[in-house]
Design a protein around this ligand. Structure first.
Ligand SMILES: [Zn+2]
Length: 454
């Protein structure tokens, strides 16, 4: 009897041990499967606000009157922006900063994804293509402009946009949407090309669907696409003809839809290209609307990533432009309501002003009624284009109390915001080249694996 009870105790004990090993093992397997899922980055959407410093993000939020989507992203960090440190210039241009983000290497200002010896540096877009992923570039600037160019081409001069256009077309990039039609057309066809080549026809021969309006863009549902919506940069959001030119959010929606048809995943770069230019012009109302429009594209990316779960979304900037401050001249106030009255960019308004129409135009387009003194001043400034630009810039910034320290870039660090698998890696202070290195690692595009894929 005693022996028997002892035996059944033993059996129960063994059963408990077996069951506990089984549950622990299965829990471990499930946990590691979850870990793998969490770490798997199939797609990356990198959104770059050109010239978008922290003040710009605040400007967008205050002007919008509610929080920006980018501010909801789970992980936040900061990045340096300077070009190759040996130069000790500290202030980057979009070419050197674009090269850092596209290749993980520092270079000189003006250089497009080439090193200091002008040797090509492989970009994350090129590596993603080699790994059979789909790739895309979306921008509101010219598609040949420094930031997208740094992902698609190699050149020791950012100004060689005719060459950059040719290289971009020949690369097999699946989605190309932006401005800059002039660099794809010969001079004989109102373009800027001196080689008399029509690269739009070349693109069609390479299998691209070509579109140049919002309506045409809407019709494309598969295949490779080249969309060039303006001869130069696309219009600022404040000036955009919404029936004809797609918004940056609409372009992003289409890009994601097309690229996501590849089961192996995709890499997409989206640039809010004109935040920078509005800031070069010290035109805060125009910058504000482009920041909010860029943020709408961030929402498109986040909505997709939330459903997809294998998409990493990163929002950052290449540098800050303008040394902008919200509140200036020792006055503790900023008046976004003054910016809301503006209906046109300064860039678009200025060439239309004459001594006869200026009073009405400034009232209508900028929402500004000039004082008697200002009227006298503007009449005098009509002699020089630069004078009137300065006069109007001063007037709009004085009314909203926006400050600017420069018409160029500054050396300020820029924010990084990340959402999705691997996002926690960006929740620190890093060099801008590290953003590329982490993306490359998360997409499994490090050198060794590339060779195998290619
Ligand atoms: Zn710039």
């Amino acid at each position: 009897m005693h022996n028997l009870r002892n035996k059944s105790y033993k059996q129960i004990l063994i059963l408990i041990i077996i069951l506990s090993i089984f549950f622990q093992t299965s829990a471990y397997i499930m946990a590691s499967a979850n870990d793998n899922n969490r770490n798997q980055v199939k797609n990356i959407i990198l959104l770059i606000g050109d010239g978008m410093g922290t003040s710009h993000i605040t400007l967008g939020r205050i002007s919008k009157g509610s929080n920006l989507h980018m501010n909801s992203m789970s992980y936040n960090g900061f990045a340096t922006t300077h070009p190759i440190p040996q130069e000790k210039k500290w202030v980057t241009d979009s070419a050197a900063a674009g090269t850092a983000l596209a290749t993980g290497n520092k270079t000189y200002n003006g250089y497009i994804s080439v090193d200091v010896d002008q040797k090509p540096l492989e970009t994350i877009l090129e590596k993603a293509l080699k790994s059979d992923r789909s790739v895309g570039l979306v921008t509101t600037a010219r598609i040949t402009h420094a930031t997208p160019a740094a992902f698609a081409s190699h050149n020791s001069s950012r100004d060689a946009e005719n060459q950059i256009a040719k290289e971009t077309i020949g690369k097999g990039i699946n989605v190309l949407l932006g401005g800059g039609r002039g660099h794809f057309l010969p001079k004989s066809d109102n373009g800027k090309r001196e080689d008399d080549k029509n690269l739009i026809n070349s693109a069609k021969n390479l299998g691209y669907e070509y579109v140049e309006s919002r309506k045409e863009l809407n019709k494309i549902n598969k295949g490779n696409i080249l969309g060039l919506f303006n001869d130069g940069h696309m219009n600022y959001e404040i000036d955009r003809d919404k029936s004809n030119e797609p918004s940056i959010a609409e372009m992003t929606t289409k890009a994601v839809k097309l690229l996501n048809q590849n089961k192996k995943g995709f890499f997409l770069m989206v640039e809010g290209g004109r935040i920078d230019q509005a800031s070069h012009a010290n035109d805060p109302a125009t910058a504000a609307l482009d920041i909010v429009a860029f943020d709408d594209a961030v929402k498109v990316a986040l909505d997709f990533a939330k459903k997809d779960k294998n998409t990493l979304v990163i929002v950052t900037a290449d540098h800050e432009t303008g040394g902008m401050s919200l509140g200036a001249n020792g006055i503790y106030n900023f008046k976004p309501e003054e910016l809301k009255k503006q209906k046109s960019s300064l860039e678009k308004l200025l060439p239309t002003l004459t001594e006869d129409n200026y009073e009405k135009e400034i009232e209508e387009k900028l929402g500004i009624t000039l004082s008697e003194e200002e009227n006298k001043e503007i009449i005098n400034s009509f002699k020089e284009k630069e004078e009137i630009t300065k006069f109007l810039t001063d007037i709009i910034n004085k009314r909203s109390n926006t400050g600017w320290t420069s018409r160029g870039h500054t050396a300020a660090d820029v924010p990084i915001k990340a959402y999705g698998p691997g996002a926690e890696r960006f929740s620190t202070y890093m060099d801008n080249t590290d953003i590329n290195k982490i993306m490359t690692e998360l997409l499994n595009l490090t050198g060794r694996k590339i060779k195998r894929a290619a």
